[in-house]
Write a protein that binds this ligand. Structure first.
Ligand code: AMP
Ligand code: MG
Length: 494
């Protein structure tokens, strides 16, 4: 029997607990909301029936046109360092929190509309979103989830029936984003920058209760809170690196306390491996390049630690700074350990040793020199153990160094005394076959925008939602762009 509900039952712990952290807002009157795509699996997880979500009233709610009953809809306040410069007042300029839902596993999830119209935080923006970026976030966030990487999710994409104006007139759309919360490093910065220590403490208490409830009664809970966020973010960034993901806009307002990936603006997956890959048109200095992400990690978390100083030691600022500094300085080494584990798994290794770092680095260097495809190179490695070296070597222009590397790798695997099948399984559940390749993403978005054809989007979504399983008829989704293809450029304009 289905337990799915035919009503939204929202809770509002954020609104109740954190007065002053938000501004109540309503959506925007849009002419003709239409459901474009609904995430049935996620709806089930949330205990909501898809029939209900696709009803006229629900679609109007998900377009921001109608306010749901019995909830406080709101725009959250936050600040943030954007490309290193501090903006004290950002906030939800194009998003509105509908409320919280307890899912069928008992977890509290935020439902938020992105693109539902202007809020007091909109500054010069229109608060709206265009169809292309909405579908892009949908695709990439759902692929991330399928890879097993913590992320906000996408429940629904609706069109609004009005145009939004960027360089040209574009179809207006709204994304329903689901997150374990929308607390960001920048949420702490908003209050810390205003010297509102009591608010920072309230926020930390709320974040602990929501995300790390085991810490509630701990006397050193604020330090342990900082350590917990650090651990989650280390794992997240190492996961991004392991699948060749470049977030593109790792501002502190886009770094969550939950450890979920948030804000799919100018992000992209690498085809050809380049350690300094940048896709975003506005990231001219490469601040958020692929190989910079692990360096931005401690930088952003240091901003969080700064906000927490008065909580780490209310009486002795120097002592608080020392404690925080110790935590931040420990990040690179802790990160390297997680990175090593994740990449070793990609090579089929179970018991990681320090020397494996060299083995991985060597492969990455060869891949970079040879302009190999990141995803395909790792995926085809398992085939080598079944005697198919050619498929792997086909990723490389010249073969000798890749061939030599293979011999070292095979010798390394032998030291583990495991069955070949175990290594293969480890690799094939770690290295995806399919990623949302840039050319395919663009193709899907263009078909949706220009021809109102959602089929390429749906097909690509279906393929990347099972990224580790080979699917018949999906051959073209496996092929990387050629190394000589035009550089892929992404834009922020959601
Ligand atoms: P982002 O770069 O997506 O992380 O957004 C940074 C800030 O710009 C946030 O405060 C957003 O709410 C705001 N913003 C982005 N796009 C718009 C828009 N179309 N209208 C209003 N605010 C926006
Ligand atoms: Mg953002």
């Amino acid at each position: 029997m289905s337990t799915s509900k035919s009503a939204f039952v929202f809770d509002n712990t954020f609104a109740r607990s954190l007065e002053g952290f938000y501004i109540p807002v309503d959506g925007h009157q849009v002419p003709n909301p239409r459901m474009l795509h609904i995430n049935e699996a996620l709806a089930t997880e949330l205990g909501l029936s898809t029939d209900f979500l696709c009803s006229e009233n629900s679609v109007e709610i998900l377009a921001g046109k109608v306010k749901p009953e019995d909830t406080v809809t709101l725009a959250q306040a936050y600040a943030g360092h954007q490309f290193g410069a501090f903006s004290p007042s950002l906030g939800d300029g194009r998003a509105m929190l509908l409320g919280e839902i307890i899912d069928i596993n008992g977890n509290r999830r935020d439902l938020q509309l992105k693109g539902s119209g202007p809020t007091p935080f909109s500054r010069n923006g229109d608060g709206k979103a265009a169809l292309g970026p909405v579908l892009r976030e949908y695709l990439i966030s759902e692929a991330m989830h399928a890879f097993g990487v913590p992320t906000t999710r996408s429940l629904a994409a609706v069109t609004t029936g009005e145009n939004v104006f960027r360089e040209t007139a574009l179809t207006g759309a709204v994304l329903t984003r689901v997150a374990s919360s929308h607390l960001r490093v920048g949420t702490f910065q908003f209050f810390a920058a205003r010297g509102q220590g009591e608010q920072v403490q309230k926020l930390a208490d709320y974040a602990i209760e929501r995300h790390f409830p085991k810490l509630i009664d701990q006397p050193d809970r604020y330090l342990r809170f900082l350590q917990s966020v650090i651990a989650k973010q280390i794992d997240l960034i190492a996961s991004w690196m392991s699948i060749g993901f470049v977030h593109g806009v790792m501002n502190t307002d886009n770094m969550t306390i939950s450890g979920e990936t948030i804000d799919y603006g100018p992000c992209a997956f690498m085809d050809t491996y380049r350690s300094d890959a940048v896709f975003s048109s506005i990231d001219e200095m490469g601040r958020y390049a692929y190989n910079m992400q692990p360096l931005i990690l401690p930088w952003n978390l240091a901003r969080l630690a700064e906000c927490l100083l008065p909580l780490l030691n209310p009486n002795d600022k120097d002592a608080a700074i020392e404690v925080a500094t110790t935590e931040i300085n420990a990040i690179p080494q802790a990160y390297e350990k997680v990175w090593l584990e994740k990449f070793a798994a990609k090579l089929g290794i179970f018991h990681v040793t320090e020397e494996d770092k060299e083995l991985i680095q060597e492969l990455l260097e060869i891949m970079e020199a040879e302009k190999a495809d990141f995803t395909a190179s790792f995926r085809k490695l398992s085939g080598v153990l079944l005697g198919d070296e050619n498929n792997f070597l086909a990723q490389f222009n010249t073969l000798s160094s890749a061939h030599e590397w293979l011999e070292t790798w095979k010798a390394r695997l032998k030291t583990e005394n495991k069955a070949i099948d175990d290594h293969i399984k480890r690799m094939d559940t770690t290295n995806p076959i399919y990623i949302p390749r840039n050319d395919l993403v663009e193709e899907a978005l263009t078909a949706a925008e220009v021809a109102s054809d959602l089929n390429p989007f749906r097909k690509l979504l279906a393929v990347v939602s099972k990224p580790f399983d080979r699917q018949s008829g999906a051959e073209r989704y496996e092929v990387g762009a050629s190394a000589d293809a035009r550089p892929y450029v992404t834009y922020c304009g959601t």
